[in-house]
Design a protein around this ligand. Structure first.
Ligand code: ATP
Ligand code: LTN
Length: 332
């Protein structure tokens, strides 16, 4: 690892098949960052069990997500790409950080409030503590930058506050991370309810495009996407949230600006527009899907990669863990 490069950490939960929201909002950006940063990426399986998971599905989604990481271009030779639960330091560090985190600040987390509504039958302690596990992920690796979508900003802010609090007590032992949120594509919304973010765990499968959806499915889902009755391709998130979201997706997929897109579809109806958006997404996903099929069929290869990666990750994590334990006064 190159010491001159800044350390980057990010993770994604294996809570379903990734969507184009995850791709445009997070993964695409992660891939680009590998050149200039010292990157660590993780499959956050410990986070995933804060909501109910069927064992077979969690197992499958974990492997699938690892394969997607590699298929989109995360490179195990350049970055450390590991599975969170393979490095026990994450749970141990979470406990330590819990004791420096206030009940009140966790109660204010938007994601906790939202998930308490959508999973009202299972508001478990892990769901409440989710941001502390995330802080542990970040702080264990002396992370300077955390690339995520807009929705994770509040959690990164919490990680910063906890790090500053620990440093205030014990001296500068934790690196205080910065959020890194891409300007375009930072928030892709649901195709069925543009007031919500597109989410891989949405119960309505028409609400999201999964990275592994077939072309026919992609076209069908875009045709059904909620728009408005104006028949005007114009960007206005307030009064035309559905159309603006489709424009955002098209912009992410083609690299065209919003102004160029408005011009391209001047005088055209939503039918043409939706087909163009669908085709642009099919074009982006086809090569990724081909690569995915190749990788997922070679489990031995993946296993070799994530085993080595977990060892490399554990070396860094255990060092941070030990330093904090020493400062706290544990007899080690
Ligand atoms: P879940 O539905 O299980 O809560 P999710 O689909 O919202 O999951 P996460 O695993 O929580 O996805 O997030 C992975 C990464 O993708 C994060 O960096 C997050 O900010 C980003 N991301 C998720 N959804 C979107 C979206 N709709 N638009 C942009 N970025 C997103
Ligand atoms: N909570 C994150 C996933 C995640 C994460 C992290 C992101 C877990 N640990 C550490 C950045 C850094 C989410 O995207 N929902």
């Amino acid at each position: 690892m190159d010491k001159a490069k800044k350390r980057v950490f990010s993770a994604i939960q294996p809570s379903g098949t990734l969507t184009i929201g995850n791709y445009f909002g997070a993964l695409k950006n992660h891939v680009a960052m590998q050149e200039d940063y010292d990157c660590i990426f993780s499959v956050a399986d410990l986070h995933a069990i804060t909501v109910k998971q069927e064992p077979e599905k969690l197992y499958m989604h974990t492997l699938e997500l690892y394969a997607i990481f590699l298929a989109v271009g995360l490179d195990p030779e350049k970055s450390i790409i590991f599975i969170q639960s393979h490095v026990p330091a994450h749970t141990e560090f979470t406990w330590l950080l819990n004791c420096f985190t206030q009940f009140g600040e966790l109660s204010r987390m938007h994601q906790f409030k939202e998930k308490s509504k959508t999973h009202s039958d299972n508001i478990n302690a892990g769901l409440f503590d989710y941001p502390v596990l995330m802080a542990a992920d970040i702080l264990l690796y002396n992370t300077e930058l955390v690339p995520t979508g807009q929705d994770q900003k509040q959690h990164i802010e919490l990680a910063r506050n906890v790090a500053q609090r620990v440093n205030g007590i014990y001296g500068d032992i934790l690196v205080v991370p910065e959020p890194y949120i891409p300007r375009t594509g930072a928030k892709i919304t649901s195709l069925q309810d543009p007031s919500k973010k597109m989410s891989k765990s949405d119960s309505n499968i028409n609400a999201f495009i999964s990275i592994l959806d077939e072309p026919d499915t992609i076209i069908k889902k875009f045709k059904r996407a909620v728009t408005d009755s104006e028949a005007l391709v114009k960007f206005d998130e307030e009064s035309k949230p559905g159309v603006s979201n489709l424009m955002n997706i098209y912009s992410c997929a083609t690299g065209r600006s919003i102004a160029e897109i408005e011009k391209e579809f001047e005088g055209k109806g939503y039918g043409d527009f939706k087909m163009a958006v669908a085709q642009s997404v099919v074009d982006v996903l086809s090569p990724i899907q081909a690569e995915y099929k190749r990788i997922i069929s070679d489990k031995a290869y993946m296993s070799k990669k994530f085993t080595v990666a977990a060892e490399r990750a554990a070396d860094i994590a255990n060092d941070t863990l030990r330093r904090l334990k020493e400062k706290i006064g544990f007899y080690i």
